[in-house]
Write a protein that binds this ligand. Structure first.
Ligand SMILES: [Zn+2]
Length: 363
C-alpha cells in the first residue's frame, strides 16, 4: 500500500511526509498528485506512533471487569480520540497504515493491533488521582465547588496540569491584526470611535471572560459575528468599530482543544492527556455555551476562573498571555476574543448600520 500526507489530519505527520517531497499517486485516498509514503521503501515514520500505542492494553490482559463499552479497536482510537487520520480513510486502511508505520511494535505486541484495547488506568482510583487534573473528580464537581463552596482558592483542580494543557492552545497574532466590536445604538447617529472600547471598570458587567468590575475588551473576527453577538433585532441601529492591534500578542485558542497535534511538543504525556481529554472537552463546551442575559450570573464563574488563570500564565519568561479565543455561539462560523488589556487595540473607524432583515433557523 502507498499512503500520502492527505490521508492524515494530524498537522505534524502531514508536515513530515510533505518535507520529504516525494510525489506520486496515493493508492489509499486516491489523491493523484500527492506527497506519498511508500512503506516498501520509506521507513522514516518507523516507531513514530509506538509511545502512543503503548499506553493501551489489549483486552486479554485487561481486568475482567473492564467495561466492554470502553473497548475499541486501535484504528478507531487513532481516528476518533487522536484525530490522526482524515475522515475519508476507513478503519481497515488505518489498521494497515498503522502496521506499516510500526512494523517492530506489530511484531512485539500484535495483540494491540488485532484485539480491542482499553486504558487500564482509567478505572483505577489511585492512578486517576495522580493523572487527572481534577484528581479523579468530574468537571461538574469542580463547577459546583467554585460556584457554591470556594471560589478563589479551590483545591480540586491541579493548576500545573491545567497550565500544561492550555499552553498547547497558544495562537499568535501579528501587530496590525484587525478585529471588530459592535454596539446597539439608541438613536440613528451611532457611536464615535472613543465610545466603542471596553466599558470603564465601574460599568463593567460580568461576562464570559470577566467578573463584575473587571474590564476586558471583547472583539470578534468579523462584522457579521459582531451583529450576531450583540443580538441585533430587525430595524436596530448598530455601530461596528474596527480595532487594530498595536503589538504582537499570544492568546489561548480554546477552539484548538480537539485539533492540536500531540506530536508538536517533546515529552508529551499521551496517557495523561487521554485521561484529561474529557475535561478539556468540557472546558471547550463551557467557553462556547450560550448563557442568556437574564440567566444566573453564576453560570459564568467557571469561564471567569479559567480566564483569570490564563491571565497569570507566561508563555516565555516575563511574557504573559494576552487573551482567550473561543467559538461564537450565536454565529458558529465566527469566533470571539476577550483581551485582558483593552489598550492593546486601537479603534480606527466606526460604521453604523441598520438591520433590515433577520433569518431564523429552527427545529
Ligand atoms: Zn492519501
Amino acid at each position: 500500500m502507498i499512503f500520502c500526507s492527505e490521508c492524515f489530519k494530524d498537522s505534524q505527520i502531514k508536515e513530515i511526509i510533505k518535507s520529504r517531497k516525494k510525489s506520486g499517486k496515493c493508492t489509499t485516498c486516491g489523491c493523484k498528485n500527492a506527497y506519498i509514503y511508500d512503506p516498501a521503501i520509506d521507513d522514516y515514520l518507523d516507531g513514530f506512533l509506538d509511545d502512543l500505542i503503548n499506553i493501551y492494553t489489549a483486552k486479554s490482559v485487561l481486568p475482567k471487569d473492564y467495561p466492554s463499552s470502553d473497548l475499541h479497536m486501535l484504528a478507531d482510537e487513532l481516528k476518533n480520540e487522536w484525530n490522526i487520520f482524515n475522515d475519508n480513510i476507513s478503519s481497515s486502511d488505518i489498521h494497515n497504515i498503522t502496521k506499516c508505520i510500526s512494523p517492530r511494535l506489530y511484531k512485539e505486541s500484535q495483540e494491540l493491533f488485532e484485539e480491542p484495547i482499553g486504558i487500564k488506568e482509567k478505572y483505577d482510583k489511585d492512578e486517576l488521582y495522580e493523572l487527572s487534573m481534577l484528581k479523579g473528580k468530574t468537571w461538574e464537581d469542580f463547577v459546583k465547588s467554585i460556584k457554591y463552596q470556594n471560589r478563589f482558592h479551590t483545591q480540586i483542580i491541579d493548576l500545573k496540569k491545567l497550565e500544561t494543557y492550555l499552553s498547547y492552545l497558544r495562537k499568535n497574532y501579528p501587530k496590525g491584526t484587525k478585529m471588530f466590536r459592535g454596539r446597539l445604538c439608541s438613536d440613528n447617529k451611532g457611536y464615535k470611535k472613543t465610545e466603542m472600547g471596553a466599558p470603564p471598570f465601574e460599568h463593567a458587567k460580568e461576562g464570559r471572560a470577566n467578573s463584575l468590575g473587571i474590564t476586558r475588551l471583547y472583539v470578534a473576527d468579523s462584522e457579521n459575528t459582531c451583529i450576531h453577538e450583540i443580538r441585533a433585532g430587525a430595524f436596530d441601529i448598530v455601530s461596528i468599530g474596527t480595532f487594530k492591534l498595536k503589538k504582537e500578542i499570544s492568546v489561548i485558542d480554546f477552539k484548538q482543544i480537539n485539533s492540536f497535534s500531540p506530536f508538536s511538543s517533546d515529552n508529551f504525556n499521551y496517557l495523561e492527556y487521554l485521561i484529561n481529554k474529557p475535561i478539556l472537552k468540557k472546558i471547550d463546551n463551557e467557553m462556547s455555551k450560550n448563557v442568556k442575559g437574564n440567566d444566573n450570573a453564576l453560570d459564568y464563574v467557571p469561564t471567569q476562573f479559567l480566564c483569570d488563570f490564563i491571565a497569570t500564565m507566561e508563555y516565555t519568561t516575563g511574557e504573559k498571555f494576552h487573551g482567550v479565543e473561543y467559538s461564537s455561539t450565536l454565529y458558529p462560523e465566527g469566533y470571539n476574543m476577550a483581551i485582558f488589556d483593552p489598550d492593546l487595540f486601537n479603534c480606527i473607524n466606526v460604521k453604523t448600520y441598520q438591520i433590515n432583515r433577520l433569518e431564523y433557523e429552527y427545529k
